[in-house]
Design a protein around this ligand. Structure first.
Ligand code: TNX
Length: 514
């Protein structure tokens, strides 16, 4: 009797254990969310998505269908299962349901509540953007690759979440080396996975002009014809650029176009002789020096040119900002620089956009609603704040994606130091620069300059695994961030990177999980 009872007990234990190991997906707290959400409440069951499940979205909410279809496409990509997407005007009993509701004030404009029940996954937000972030969170609860025979199971629970900053961006320099439409779309997908909402495109520099301007066609004909190292370069037609803007919009990402000036302009100066003070066109440039070029700041044609460029660019830009560069104009006299920046800013306003510039523009008078992008100079940035500007934090020594990880990694530069994964993560935008507080900051941006970066594999190596860290700095409050805890979550994303075919840097700071 005693023996029998003991056997049954052991059997029960074994069954219990098998049960536990077979259902890892019932514990939502095991998911390595990046960025870390505000709250995760575990309810301990699981939701099974079937081929017959339907993804519903609330009828008459503009843009919500796109989010529902995005989820369907992602499920198809990871599992091969094709789900139906339908609109509805009542909360369904089962399936997935997107709704936009106004009453939940805590959620703010980009927040969401993801409620995974046994029968229904409900994603509620104040905006379509919030719903989209709910999708990204949901997708992180399942593996990147599912096999046909696997059930698609989601652990149940409730996640409520909203971001620390409204501006969470990355920059891609498409001028030093050109990246085509497909490559930029891939970059956009990387940002979307981690709830980033800004893609700043550095569209012009000494080495290349990358956006078609119909009223000045030689910019791309000549200025777009090469790149660093002498390759063939390239440019986006206005149709291609519009396609990128739309692709980004569908992923809740705003593209910010930058035309860098008055320095970093050799490609334009090579295309049109009249933009040079001496009236002579410059040679095309394929090296990597900075600071040798300048528009002629006292010629009227310069401002007619800029007016045309900004007019055409603004017409292609649904987002609120145009970036006017302004960095490293080493051969522009100080007074000429100030005069130039003072004249260019109102042109941006005239076409209905707000000004962003690198921190040097704080030396000029700043128009209302101007934003300075801190990259290197603390004094410029605090001057900008004193003049009423807002700040984007892109400290080169912490946030530059083109800095090498350490002295053994070769891709990238190291003028601002090496940025290992922990160094990129362990800073607080609101306390990094004395005199620049959270109230002054709209968010953060991690720029990827492309002097040394020639293709998407190289982009991936520099971007991963640092990008998720920048996304978390932008999204998650500093008191909820801790490197030792973060690196364990990041470790679980290695498999995800591999399944996505991302060539990431396997930093030995992170205990990668196979
Ligand atoms: C500085 S950051 C630059 C760029 C270079 C970059 C390389 C900034 C506003 N200017 O022109 O590409 O360093 O890291």
């Amino acid at each position: 009797m005693k023996n029998k009872f003991g056997f049954a007990g052991i059997l029960a234990l074994v069954i219990l254990q098998i049960g536990c190991t077979q259902q890892p997906s019932t514990d939502l707290s095991e998911t390595a969310f990046i960025p870390k959400p505000v709250s995760v409440d575990v309810t301990g069951n699981s939701f099974e998505l079937k081929e017959s499940s339907v993804i519903y979205y609330e009828e008459s909410v503009e843009g919500l269908q796109t989010v529902a279809e995005y989820l369907a496409l992602e499920i198809k990509r990871t599992s091969g299962v094709n789900l139906k997407v339908e609109s509805t005007n009542a909360t369904p009993k089962k399936g997935v349901y997107f709704t936009v509701a106004n009453e939940d004030s805590e959620l703010d404009t980009e927040g969401y509540e993801l409620n995974i029940g046994k029968k229904l996954i409900a994603i509620k937000a104040k905006t379509v953007a919030g719903c989209f972030y709910g999708v990204q969170t949901l997708l992180q609860t399942i593996p990147e690759k599912l096999y046909a025979e696997d059930p698609i199971e989601f652990a149940t629970g409730i996640i409520r979440d909203f971001p620390e900053f409204g501006y969470r961006g990355a920059m891609l320099d498409v001028s030093r080396h050109f990246f085509n439409v497909e490559e930029v779309k891939q970059f956009i997908d990387f940002l979307a996975m981690y709830k980033m909402n800004i893609l700043h495109l550095h569209l012009s520099d000494d080495q290349g002009w990358r956006i078609e301007i119909k009223s000045w066609p030689k910019l791309t004909e000549i200025g777009g014809s090469t790149e660093v190292g002498g390759g063939t370069g390239g440019f986006y037609t206005q149709e291609q650029y519009t396609e990128l803007v739309k692709y980004a919009q569908e992923r809740q990402i705003t593209i910010i176009p930058e035309i860098d000036m008055p320095g970093h302009t050799n490609a334009a100066l090579a295309s049109y002789a009249e933009l040079n003070c001496d009236g002579k066109a410059r040679e095309l440039y394929t090296g990597t020096e900075v600071g040798f070029s300048t528009f002629c700041t006292d010629k009227e044609i310069t401002y007619q040119f800029i007016d045309d460029v900004i007019r055409e660019l603004a017409a292609l830009t649904p987002g609120p900002y145009i970036h006017i560069g302004g960095d490293e104009s080493h051969v522009t006299a100080h007074d000429d620089y100030v005069y130039f920046v003072n004249r260019v800013q109102p042109i941006v306003l005239k076409y209905g956009k707000k000004v962003i510039g690198w921190d040097e523009i704080a030396n000029a008078e700043l128009v209302d609603d101007a934003t300075v992008q801190f990259w290197a100079d603390v004094e410029n940035t605090t001057t900008g704040v004193e003049k009423g500007a807002r700040v984007i934090m892109s400290p080169a020594a912490r946030a530059y994606l083109d800095m090498q990880y350490d002295s053994t990694t070769h891709l990238g530069l190291h003028w601002a130091g090496y940025i290992e994964v922990d160094h990129g993560y362990t800073w607080n935008p609101a306390t990094l620069v004395p005199g620049v507080t959270k109230e002054n900051i709209i968010g953060i941006e991690a720029p990827l300059w492309s002097e040394t970066v020639t293709n998407i594999d190289e982009v991936e190596f520099l971007v991963f695994p640092r990008l998720p860290g920048y996304a978390e700095i932008g999204w998650t409050a500093p008191e909820k961030r801790d490197w030792n805890e973060y690196k364990m979550r990041l470790a679980k994303h290695g498999k995800r990177f591999e399944d996505l075919g991302i060539d990431f840097y396997k930093s030995n700071q992170v205990p990668w999980e196979e």
